[in-house]
Design a binder for this molecule. Structure first.
Ligand code: HEC
Ligand code: HEC
Ligand code: HEC
Ligand code: HEC
Ligand code: HEC
Ligand code: HEC
Length: 401
């Protein structure tokens, strides 16, 4: 029995050592590799505004050779959230931060694997390894360029369609008005047409149509769908968010916490434009306006595009943070716009329509804990999803002061 027990204990220990040994062997024999994909290149796009690979310093350091300088685990932490690492007191992180005039590198919503992909892409000097990847790469970039130009076309078409509609409405209005005047005049003065019912029909129809047109215009008065004003600086979202993949909330940093998304101050532009002094499209002309604003200590007077009437309450944090609605759902494909255009009419019907159909992420969200009845109904299978309307999203006082 005893001998048996010792033998058992021994084999157990042996097995543990063996597996550990194999594990360690595997770990060292094959350093973690990452197969390269076109996604890695795409993910690196969001770093390009501030980093080059072997092209010298931009806002941040040249990343060539960074894999040899730093541990992978450090790089993953730093790239995901550099400020968190700096605040935790990491010496190396504080050093680079201070060496770069304390310009914070924005956090990136990337998984560990996505960062490993970017690091491999950097190790490869900004090329995708393997023929397969290269083949898939070029058509992909081609098609995004195509998509972008199609989107531009669509924006133009949208604006054209709107102006056509306007023109049609105006001519209908004039035709109806002329008909009305003629038939009234004939009825009262000239009396060329004997059958009075013809006058009556024409008068009734034209009055109805004119009334309808006036009503539609009056309701839309103050609304400005497709409004696209020129801005004091030709700032392009397509260049910043589309091509350079700068996160919306890097600039509109109050969107997740406050009522207003806000327009960034010029000092934020300087995070990059202290270094980026000219652009491909407008050269130095437009960027010089940023420097002028800083020098004269005068804020840029951006023209506000989206405007709700004063009696309506709208809160960004509620939609972006709690409701988890993408900016694009309400503002259109901003990352493809050279110039911002208001794509939705911001009418009451638009708000309500979404509130009736949009489900909220009810489970595991503290914000909704107060709705005990709805939680119970969900558990009992009485309902399968909760819409914004169910939590009071169509009550007048929620949106009106
Ligand atoms: C808005 C500009 C900006 C963007 C975008 C940006 N960085 Fe940075 N990065 C910096 C700055 C500035 C530093 C210097 C450290 C600091 O100030 O925190 C830095 C530092 C680094 C470092 C440390 C380098 C070293 O020598 O230790 C790495 C690695 C890095 N960035 C990788 C990335 C990657 C990968 C991306 C894209 C996913 C990216 N960065 C996007 C500005 C940026
Ligand atoms: C549910 C719809 C909705 C979503 C989602 C949304 N917005 Fe808005 N946004 C609006 C409306 C409506 C206005 C007009 C507000 C007003 O006039 O009071 C507006 C106004 C703005 C403005 C003008 C300045 C201001 O704060 O009034 C900016 C900038 C903006 N949004 C950016 C964003 C960004 C960036 C996101 C994503 C992080 C976003 N929005 C998400 C509906 C939305
Ligand atoms: C995170 C970095 C970053 C920030 C922040 C930033 N830009 Fe830029 N911007 C760039 C880069 C990179 C380019 C160059 C694009 C190119 O290749 O032409 C650029 C180009 C431009 C251009 C010239 C476009 C052209 O092609 O002619 C203007 C104008 C401009 N930015 C204005 C602004 C303004 C205004 C702000 C602040 C609201 C701002 N930028 C903030 C990175 C940034
Ligand atoms: C580099 C900084 C920067 C980034 C990144 C950025 N924006 Fe903006 N945004 C601005 C500036 C500056 C303005 C004011 C000038 C204009 O209207 O073009 C603005 C204006 C807007 C407006 C119009 C506000 C109004 O007056 O009603 C909306 C909507 C908007 N941004 C949404 C977005 C969305 C969505 C994204 C991400 C896809 C984004 N922005 C990314 C700087 C930025
Ligand atoms: C694309 C969909 C969408 C659009 C468009 C939209 N909302 Fe919402 N809204 C939501 C979602 C999702 C929530 C739920 C978030 C929450 O639980 O607070 C919400 C919640 C709200 C709330 C809080 C309701 C409550 O019961 O606490 C108000 C107020 C509100 N929205 C106002 C507006 C106004 C005003 C507009 C139009 C200018 C608008 N919303 C347009 C999706 C939308
Ligand atoms: C989800 C948000 C929301 C809710 C709920 C809501 N409204 Fe509105 N309401 C709006 C918005 C946005 C406008 C501005 C529309 C515009 O500018 O055309 C508006 C405009 C109005 C107007 C001005 C007339 C007009 O069309 O411009 C009246 C009156 C009004 N609402 C009454 C009500 C009443 C009564 C209720 C309750 C039954 C209600 N609203 C519920 C968002 C809401």
């Amino acid at each position: 029995m005893i001998i048996n027990g010792i033998a058992k204990g021994f084999t157990l220990k042996f097995r543990v050592i063996l597996t550990l040994g194999i594990f360690i062997l595997l770990f060292f024999a094959s350093p973690p590799t990452h197969s390269q994909t076109a996604d890695d290149e795409k993910n690196f796009q969001q770093c390009k505004a501030c980093h080059t690979i072997g092209g010298g310093k931009l806002v941040g350091p040249d990343l060539k050779g960074v894999n040899d300088k730093r541990e992978e685990s450090w790089l993953i932490k730093f790239i995901q959230n550099s400020q968190a690492l700096i605040q935790s007191g990491d010496k190396a992180a504080i050093e680079v931060f201070e060496a770069h005039f304390k310009i914070p590198m924005p956090p990136h919503n990337l998984t560990d694997d996505q960062v490993r992909g970017i690091l491999a892409y950097i190790r490869n000097d900004g090329k995708i390894a393997g023929a397969e990847a290269t083949v898939t790469e070029s058509p992909a970039t081609g098609s995004t360029a195509e998509e972008l130009s199609i989107a531009e076309e669509n924006n133009k078409l949208l604006a054209e369609k709107k102006s056509d509609e306007r023109r049609n409405m105006r001519s209908t209005f004039i035709i109806m008005l002329v008909l009305l005047v003629i038939s009234v005049a004939d009825l009262v003065i000239t009396k060329m047409v004997k059958a009075k019912w013809i006058h009556i029909v024409i008068i009734l129809v034209s009055v109805a149509v004119i009334g309808e047109l006036i009503f539609v215009e009056a309701v839309a008065l103050g609304r400005q769908q497709y409004y696209q004003p020129d801005q004091p600086i030709a700032f392009s979202h397509k260049i910043h968010s589309g091509q350079n993949k700068i996160d919306c909330q890097y600039c509109h940093y109050t969107a997740a916490e406050s009522m207003h998304a806000g327009i960034p101050p010029v000092t934020l532009c300087m995070n990059c434009h202290a270094q980026v002094k000219s652009g491909k499209k407008t050269g130095t002309v437009e960027i010089a306006k940023i420097y002028a604003a800083i020098e004269n200590n005068k804020p840029v007077e951006w023209v506000k595009v989206h405007n709700l009437p004063d009696h309506v309450y709208f809160n960004h944090a509620q939609h972006v943070n709690v409701g988890k609605i993408d900016c694009q759902k309400c503002h259109g494909e901003v990352q493809k716009m050279d110039q911002i255009i208001q794509v939705e009419d911001l009418s009451m019907g638009w708000c309500i329509e979404c509130h009736r159909t949009q489900t909220v992420q009810f489970a595991n969200n503290k914000f909704y804990d107060q709705y005990t009845k709805l939680h119970k109904k969900l558990e009992d299978g009485e309902i399968t999803a909760v819409t914004v309307k169910d939590i009071g999203g169509d009550e007048c006082q929620k949106c009106h002061y």
